[in-house]
Every structure is written in structure tokens, then in C-alpha cells.
Write a protein that binds this ligand. Structure first.
Ligand code: GTP
Length: 238
């Protein structure tokens, strides 16, 4: 008999990933690209979004939750709650925007202070915009070494294979350590994210669909309606 998705979720481990970085660096585009293999060009959101999807990691099901933290800023709105919530962190900057790189460095330092052992990845996005580049690849690589985290330069627009490599690596790393039970859960699901995806990586396979909801850092038991969810589904052609 076919199991319902909720039944399967109850029995499989969960990994939580926080995607942070300055505004406009491509966090949403990256997250959606990884989960759906599609590129959203124009979607903008002022809301932290939580994506849930079941993937197959090393031949075992894994429930993956990815929070896409909108418009982080180290001084004004560092996403402390997301960092405490997560099992792994991806810090994104834009190679055409030096301030986003400087923010990413400060964010990495904060992450290391808060969660010294957490698997962390640094990603320099928009590598397709070579003519606008303000941050050299070697600079990102150096920070990665200094902060003891993996570093990848990527283009979400051009669907770099490193996107999948980066997510897959941290999911596999977390897969071995995550607990099966959690202290809290976000319950109200308000949208369906497409699961009709192509398999690109060898060991991590998308599941049969996913969900998208708001992620409210002030009250993890409640969710708000996504104001622009229709824009999201329309623009992303989900
Ligand atoms: N050229 C290029 N543009 C990209 C790439 N990734 C994202 N973008 C564009 O960058 C802009 C910002 O992308 P988002 O995904 O909304 O960025 P964000 O970091 O989620 O932004 P906030 O929600 O404001 O925090 C959009 O116009 C995207 O189309 C890329 O790899 N190359």
C-alpha cells in the first residue's frame, strides 16, 4: 500500500538548512534552483520562506527543510534564530557586489561564534556576470579556508553543477548526525512546490514534491500567509 507523505515524514530524519546573505545576492533563486532545477528570474519576497522536500540521500529518504532568510544584514537583522534552528548554513554573496562579500565574511564570523561546529558553505553567486565582477574567486576561496568552510563560486542563472555539489555535500554530512525528533514544528502548509524534477546528482535525488510556507522567526508554531505566493508560482512556472 502506498504511504501517505505525512506518514513517511514521521519516520525519516530531517535536516534543516539556513540560506543567508545580503539582499539580492540570489538566495531565493539558489534555493528554488536546487529544489526544482528551475530558475526564477524576477521573484522578490520580503518574507522568510521555508521549503520542505523529501530527497533521497545515499539511498535513504531525508526530509530537507531550507529556510531562505530574506534581506539579512549583520548589524540590523542578523538571522540569529535561523542559525540556531539550522543543522547547516549556506552563506551567499554576489561576486559583482563587494559589500555583499564583506557582509558574508561578517556573517560567517557570527555563525562561527553562535554555532562553532555547524557545517557551513560559502557561495559566491552570479559568476556569469564576469564583466561586473568585484570579488575575485581567490578572495572567496581564502575566506573559505580561513573560516574552515567549503567554498564554491556559482551561477544560479547558468545552473552550475557546484550548486548541487554544495547542497549534496552538506546534506550528506548532516544526514549522519541529525536527530529524528524535533522540539517544534511549523504546521500550516500553504503552497505546493513542484517535484517534477530531473536528477542531476548521483547520490541525492529529489522526492515527489515539496511544500513552501512562511517561516516566522518570532513564533515557530505559527505561519503567516505569503503575500506574493501567486507571483512566486506564476513567475517560477511551478
Ligand atoms: N545574472 C545573475 N543574476 C542572478 C543570479 N542569481 C540570482 N540572480 C538575480 O538576482 C536578483 C536577486 O535574486 P533573489 O533570489 O531574489 O535574491 P535574494 O538574495 O533572495 O534577495 P532578498 O529576497 O532581497 O534577500 C534577481 O533578479 C535574480 O534574477 C545569477 O546567478 N546570475
Amino acid at each position: 500500500m502506498k504511504m501517505k507523505t505525512e506518514d513517511k515524514i514521521g519516520h525519516i530524519p530531517k535536516v534543516r538548512v539556513a540560506v543567508i546573505g545580503q539582499s539580492n545576492v540570489g538566495k531565493s533563486a539558489l534555493t528554488v534552483r536546487y529544489l526544482t532545477r528551475r530558475y526564477i528570474g524576477e521573484y522578490r519576497s520580503n518574507t522568510d520562506l521555508l521549503y520542505k522536500q523529501i530527497l533521497t540521500v545515499n539511498n535513504s529518504a531525508l526530509e530537507v527543510e531550507i529556510v531562505d532568510v530574506s534581506s539579512c544584514d549583520v548589524q540590523i537583522s542578523f538571522p540569529r534564530e535561523a542559525i540556531c534552528w539550522a543543522d547547516a548554513v549556506i552563506v551567499v554573496y554576489d561576486v559583482t557586489c563587494r559589500s555583499s562579500f564583506e557582509q558574508a565574511i561578517q556573517m560567517l564570523q557570527k555563525v562561527m561564534e553562535l554555532r562553532p561546529q555547524i557545517p557551513t558553505v560559502l557561495m559566491g553567486n552570479k559568476a556569469d556576470l564576469e564583466h561586473l565582477r568585484q570579488v575575485e574567486e581567490t578572495e572567496g576561496r581564502t575566506v573559505g579556508i580561513q573560516c574552515n568552510c567549503c567554498f564554491y563560486e556559482i551561477s544560479v542563472a547558468e545552473n552550475s553543477s557546484e550548486i548541487y555539489q554544495a547542497f549534496d555535500t552538506i546534506l550528506k554530512e548532516c544526514r549522519t548526525t541529525v536527530q529524528k525528533t524535533r522540539k517544534f514544528s511549523v504546521t500550516k502548509m500553504i503552497g505546493t512546490l513542484i517535484g517534477n524534477t530531473k536528477q542531476l546528482s548521483t547520490d541525492v535525488k529529489p522526492g515527489g514534491g515539496g511544500t513552501l510556507m512562511t517561516w516566522d522567526k518570532t513564533d515557530l508554531h505559527k505561519t503567516r500567509l505569503i503575500k506574493r505566493r501567486h507571483n512566486f508560482t506564476a513567475t517560477a512556472s511551478l
